[in-house]
Design a protein around this ligand. Sequence first.
Ligand code: PR8
Length: 474
Amino acid sequence: MSISAAKKFENFTAWFDDLLLKARIADNRFPVKGFLVYMENGAFMLDKIRELLERELERAGHKKMYFPLVTSEEVFSKEAEHIKGFLKEVFVIDQGPGEQRLIVRPTSETIMYPMFKLWIRSHADLPLKVYQSVNVYRRETKATRALYRVREIPWNEAHTVHENASEAEKQVREAMEIYRRVLEKLGISYMTLKRPDFDKFAGAVYSIAFDAWNPDGKVNQVATVHNLGRNFARAYGLEFEKKDGSRGVPYQTCYGFGFSRVLAAVIAQHGDDHGLVLPPVIAPTQVVIIPIPFKGQEKKIYEYSAKVRDLVASKWRTVLDDREDVTPGEKFYHWELLGTPVRLEIGPKEVVESSVTLARRDTLERSKVSLEELPGKVDEVMKSIESNLLEKSRRMMMSLVSDAKTLDEVKKILRQRRIARIEWCNETACAEKLKEEVGGEIRGERYDIAEKPTGKCIVCGKPAKSVVYVSRAY
Ligand code: PR8
C-alpha cells in the first residue's frame, strides 16, 4: 500500500478521498447519491465516538430510547417553521393507493414529542432527558460529500423537556459542556457560534453550533445545540401540572452530534501526508509491534515480540504484525497510513538489550525503552499524543481567524482558506449581499465569549450590532 500522493494542505479533497479508501474508513462508490459504506476502520471509530458521547450523556442523566424511523405526514406537519425547513429534504415512503404516505425522519422532534405528550403529566415527570444514536435521512440538495454531507446521517440526538425557561437555559449549557468534553478527547478544535436568526434550526428559538476548522478553509459543523422554547411544546400539545396545581406548557431543548462529521474532523485536523493520525481513544489498533527479523535470529525475535505483545495487550488494542511476506518498511508505511498511535520495533539489538524502539505517530519521534519501563511509557506516550493533538489543533484554529474591515478583505481571507471576523448590523439583507459578494456565510457570534461591536456594518455602513465570523462551509 502506498502513501497518498496528494498533500493535505495543497489538495485536501484528493488527500481526504484517497485516505478514506486506503485506510478502509469508507467507500463512497455506493451507487446511490449521499449513501456510503463504512468499512471496518470507519465503523469501528464511529462506534467508539458514539460510546464516548453516550457515556457523557448517561452521566448527565439522559436515558437511551429507540423511536421509530417514520411518522405520518399529518403528525410531521404540526410545527409550522419546522415543516417549512424540512419539507423539501424529507424522503417519503409511498405505501400504495389508499394508504397514507410516511415521512422518514430527517430528525426526530415530530416522532418523539407526540409520545412525550403521553408521558408528561406533572412536574414530577420533568426534566425528561432522552437520547438515541440512529441514522436520520435528509435529501440534501447541496452537493453531497463523504462523511461531511451525507443523506444517511449517523448521529446522536438528545431531546429534553423542562418546567421553565431557566431550566432549559441550564440544559443548553450542560449540552455544550458534554460536547466540549467529547470533542476535547478527540483533540478536535472548533468555534462555538450562536447562529444568526436566518440560519437557526427550523422551529428553534436559537441555535448554537460547533464549527470545526478544516484544511480547505470550509468549516465543518460537527454538532448543534438548540433552545426550542415552547414552539414544539405548543404545536404538539405538551402540558404539565405545576407545583402550585396550575397547568403549564413546558420548555424544550434538543441537540445533535454528527458522528460522520466528527470522524471527518478527526481525519482532517490530525492527519498528515503519511496518512491518518488517530487519537488513541478511537484508534482501531493502538499499538503495533513490528519484528525486524535478522537472518538466523528470526525465532528469537518473534518469540520476544510475542512477549512484548503480552505486556501491552492487556491494556491497549495491540497487533503483532508478524506477516512474513511483507517487509518491515512496508509495514511501517501501512500502519502510519492507518494512524496507529504507537509502533514498537523489535530487532536483534532490542532482544539482546531487553528493550524496544518506540515510535509515536503524531511526531514520528523514536526512542529506546526498556522492557521494564514499557507499560508505563506506553501509557505516558498515549496521554502525550492526546494532548499534543489537541494543542496543535487549537493553535491552528486560532491562527485561522483575521479581522476584516471591507468585503475585499473578507474575500482575501477566504481565498487564503481562513475565517474572517467582521462587524454586522444583524440585517438579513446585508448577510445575503455579503454571501453573494464574497462566497462565504455569516456563521454567527461567539457563544463562549462576549464580543462587542465598536464600528460599522461591513456591508451597509450602519452601526454594527454584532461581531460575527464569516467562512465557507460544508
Ligand atoms: C437537529 N434536532 O436536527 P441539526 N451530513 C452529515 N451530518 C449532518 C448532516 C448531513 N447532511 N446534516 C446534519 N448533520 C436538531 C438537533 C435533533 C438534534 C449533523 O440539528 O440539523 C451536523 O453535525 O443542526 C449537525 O450539527 C447535526 O447533525 C445536527 O443537525
